[in-house]
Design a binder for this molecule. Structure first.
Ligand code: IMP
Ligand code: MG
Length: 181
């Protein structure tokens, strides 16, 4: 347990475990045979995971190109009626490219479904999905990630790029904010 910004954060996945898993994921991605890969990090939550995973891909012998898209999902009245919008788009042409979308958490699946449909609609040859955490119990969209770092229990997690109200992204581990006493 670490005390950060006056809140207790329980470590769920430590830095060492994250690093080892990234290397293993990179090996899986290389073994899938994807060639001429265009990695697209879905911001903001994936920024640290993507930064680490592309360096693991390099260690595994890959030379991906890297792009960034910022997506935002907002609910209307209920969670399931939420819709995704593009806050900032990629600059590259994805036509004919093998795309690897990287996101932090797969929850309802709406965000990553939107991103995949967008890239396939623009003519990508393929669009695979890598997520650090998978909350399988929360899925509403019909989507499966090709690469999953860890199954995630239904906690609200922070750190390693992920936030609650813009806080905690800088933590080098995935943690859970402890309940107030
Ligand atoms: P989906 O569209 O429901 O799959 O939403 C996934 C997105 O919700 C992730 O990319 C995160 O930005 C956010 N999210 C879901 N669960 C958490 C969490 O526990 N902590 C921080 N962000 C989360
Ligand atoms: Mg996100």
């Amino acid at each position: 347990m670490a005390l950060i910004r006056d809140r207790n954060i329980n470590v769920l996945i430590d830095a060492e475990t994250l690093a080892a898993r990234n290397d293993a994921l990179a090996d899986e991605i290389v073994q899938s045979g994807a060639d001429n890969l265009l990695v697209i990090a879905v911001l903001k939550g994936s920024f640290i995971f993507a930064a680490d995973l592309v360096r693991s891909l390099h260690k595994s012998g890959m030379s991906p190109e890297i792009e960034f898209i910022t997506l935002s999902s907002y609910g209307t009245d209920t969670k399931s009626s939420g819709t995704v919008r593009i806050v900032r788009d990629i600059e590259s042409d994805v036509a004919g490219r093998n795309v690897l979308l990287i996101d932090d958490i797969l929850e309802s699946g709406r965000t990553i479904s939107f991103a995949k449909d967008l890239m396939m609609g623009r003519g990508a040859a393929s669009a695979q999905i890598a997520v650090l955490l998978d909350k399988t119990g929360k899925r509403t969209a019909d989507i499966v990630a090709d690469y999953v770092g860890f199954e995630c229990p239904d906690y609200f997690v922070v750190g390693y790029g992920m936030d609650v109200a813009h806080a905690y992204r800088e933590l080098p581990f995935v943690g859970v904010v402890a309940e107030e006493e």
